[in-house]
Design a protein around this ligand. Structure first.
Ligand code: CP3
Length: 346
């Protein structure tokens, strides 16, 4: 039987609404914090035993319909030879930012042979989960990765990235083309090892206006989906603050579009392609609200999601916040399952 997640991502019928949470693995779980003690983030990401355990922790605890592969969007950069570190409380920091044509030409590519640990990690997880719970693979989208490389770390305004984009569009395109191949290789390895779907994270795309997104970014994200089309697996294209970009992002080739919490699901449905599934979009901050208020909002999103005439996957509008009570996501999962099964008559 197809899993509810895989069916919903393809807009096929389901018996209940599937649910998973971005950043379901990680700091909100005490068992994660304990396991990570004394290990750097990127070292943890390259250790198959740790990766498989961390990937499984939220599945055990929350009864979610999918596991998200525990890794990071900068792992392929690191594996290719870029000097990058994830600084706690800050994010990825690049030792030598990529700013000139020469820097871009010197950026190494990623080969599947650079990441045998990724294959081993996914194989361990799929061996544990069997067919019941699919593993979602992922990578960062070319623009989001380019922003980290050009800015040298997290950026509020992305000014160096945008400056290169408009002053030397050809160099910018070369860089995003290289990053698209890197992301495609990273996902290809995950799918080859048993991941059953994937999400492309374009976390910073929402900082662009639609014209710049369409002229400088869309073709490179499309290239990632094109490169993986042979796997015939469902896929999700997600970004933050992308309400104005949803119609463009929907064209890149995913079966599903991720919607952040600022956009009404019914509005999102009018912006994407007919029959294209949606994923979202509870505000992660609402996981801190009293249950009565939170549960009303969860129910409302489930009802709205099931009225869309297309597949719907319940998720947050962005990742689980680190201070979230680890008991709450599981309660949300139970409620989504119960309410959606009732509405669907199951
Ligand atoms: O559970 C999951 O969602 C899977 C694991 C996952 C991580 N990062 C683990 C992680 C995924 C899918 C990502 C993607 C990622 N990484 C994105 C795109 C998603 C998004 O949030 O928009 C981005 C922008 C990054 C870059 C990054 N890595 C940031 C901004 C941070 C946080 C830095 C901090 O300390 O606040 C990281 C580190 C990171 N990646 C952590 C986790 C669990 C926290 C580090 C830790 O636990 O020490």
């Amino acid at each position: 039987m197809t899993s509810p997640l895989l069916a919903a991502l393809r807009s096929e019928p389901v018996s209940h609404t599937p649910v998973w949470f971005m950043r379901q693995a990680g700091r909100s779980l005490p068992e994660y914090r304990k396991l990570r003690e004394g290990t750097q983030m990127l070292d943890a990401c390259r250790n198959p035993e740790m990766v498989s355990e961390i990937t499984l922790q939220p599945v055990r605890r929350h009864n979610v319909d999918a596991a998200i592969f525990f890794s990071d969007i900068v792992v392929p950069l690191q594996a290719a030879g870029v000097d990058v570190e994830i600084v706690p409380g800050v994010g990825p920091v690049i030792a030598s930012p990529v700013r000139s044509r020469a820097d871009i030409d010197a950026l190494p590519g990623l080969e599947a042979s650079d990441i045998p640990d990724i294959t081993e990690s996914i194989q361990r997880v799929t061996a544990e989960l069997g067919d019941a719970t699919p593993v979602i693979g992922f990578a960062g989208a070319p623009f989001t990765l380019a922003s980290y490389l050009i800015e040298g770390g997290p950026s509020k305004n992305h000014e160096k990235t945008k400056s290169l984009m408009v002053s030397d569009p050809e160099a910018f395109s070369t860089l995003l083309g290289k990053l698209a191949r890197m992301s495609a290789t990273f996902i290809d390895v995950q799918l080859g090892a048993g991941a059953k779907a994937f999400q492309l994270f374009d976390s910073w795309a929402g900082y662009l206006c639609r014209e710049d997104y369409e002229n400088h970014v869309l073709e490179h994200s499309t290239a990632v989906f094109d490169a993986l089309s042979g796997h015939d697996v469902p896929s999700i294209h997600f970004g933050v603050q992308t309400g104005e970009l949803l119609g463009s992002m929907a064209q890149a080739g995913s079966t599903t579009v991720g919607v952040d919490f600022r956009v009404d699901l019914a509005d999102a449905a009018t912006r994407v392609k007919p029959g294209q599934a949606l994923q979202g979009n509870l505000d992660p901050a609402l996981l801190f609200a009293p249950w009565e208020a939170l549960s009303a909002r969860v129910e409302a999103i489930v009802r709205k999601g099931l009225e869309l005439d297309r597949g719907f996957v319940f998720n947050l509008g962005h990742g689980v916040l680190p201070d979230t009570d680890p008991e709450v996501p599981g309660r949300v999962v139970d409620l989504v399952h119960r309410v959606s099964a009732e509405i669907l008559g199951n």
